[in-house]
Design a protein around this ligand. Structure first.
Ligand SMILES: Nc1ncnc2c1ncn2[C@@H]1O[C@H](COP(=O)(O)OP(=O)(O)OP(=O)(O)O)[C@@H](O)[C@H]1O
Ligand SMILES: [Mg+2]
Length: 211
């Protein structure tokens, strides 16, 4: 079982929809500990991706991911834009030229993507950022590879790990981004970026469940 180019494009299209549906929710989360724009930012960025998709959806998976990243970088402001831009660009570089992805390929892409986010944003696990959802998802995938789990099940396990990481941000005190200005008052709220990251990985698992 593998992830085809069409599967990848469908993940991107479904992400546009999911982020649109959750735009208000993400914005509410960001209003509590940030500036209340995360949902709007993500919705705007992915709408721009959808508009450009016909120009590049016939390319290889690496190019598609890289172009998604460049589009996000140029359309989404704040911290989220450059971080998600880096995420997709680095994922694309890890699978350059590929027309389909194995579980190992997807894991390598996500691993590189998260490393890119960490390099750019300097957040560590527990800083109450998107890294808290993303890193456990990558770790879960490596474990699945070790245990020779099938692709579909692995994607679900990885999305579940992201969900746990997202929920676990609630009690944390933010140490990066605008939320860190609140200090102790940031505790008790779920991080918006960890939430959007979980939504993206859940959408991948849902989109590719017949992978
Ligand atoms: N240095 C960082 N590393 C990783 N993720 C970060 C970092 N800074 C912020 N984030 C993530 O970005 C999310 C906020 O994204 P948003 O689109 O609202 O951009 P923003 O308002 O410019 O962000 P911020 O005010 O946090 O700098 C946070 O919830 C957090 O998950
Ligand atoms: Mg914000």
């Amino acid at each position: 079982m593998s992830i085809s180019r069409d599967d990848l494009v469908n993940w991107v299209k479904n992400s546009v929809e999911i982020l649109h549906e959750n735009s208000e929710y993400l914005t509410e989360l960001d209003a509590a500990i940030g500036d209340g724009d995360h949902g709007i930012n993500m919705d705007r960025g992915f709408k721009a991706v959808l508009a450009k998709l016909p120009d590049f959806e016939d390319k290889d998976i690496g190019t598609i991911l890289k172009t998604v990243g460049m589009t996000l970088l140029s359309t989404v402001g704040g911290a989220g834009g450059p971080l998600y831009g880096t995420f997709y660009m680095r994922a694309g570089m890890a699978v350059a030229g590929k027309m389909e992805l194995s579980l190992e390929d997807w894991t390598a892409a996500l691993d590189e993507a998260v490393k890119g986010v960490v390099m750019r944003g300097k957040a560590e696990l527990g800083d109450k950022t998107m890294v808290d959802a993303l890193k456990p998802a990558v770790d879960a995938l490596y474990k699945c590879i070790d245990e020779k789990k099938p692709l579909e099940e692995s994607l679900q396990i990885s999305a579940d790990a992201a969900k746990k990481g997202m929920v676990d941000t609630i009690p944390l005190v933010a140490r990066k981004g605008r939320a860190s200005y609140l200090g102790e008052r940031s505790a008790g709220h779920q991080d918006p970026g960890a939430t959007s990251s979980y939504l993206l990985l859940k959408t991948a698992a849902d989109t590719w469940h017949n992978g």
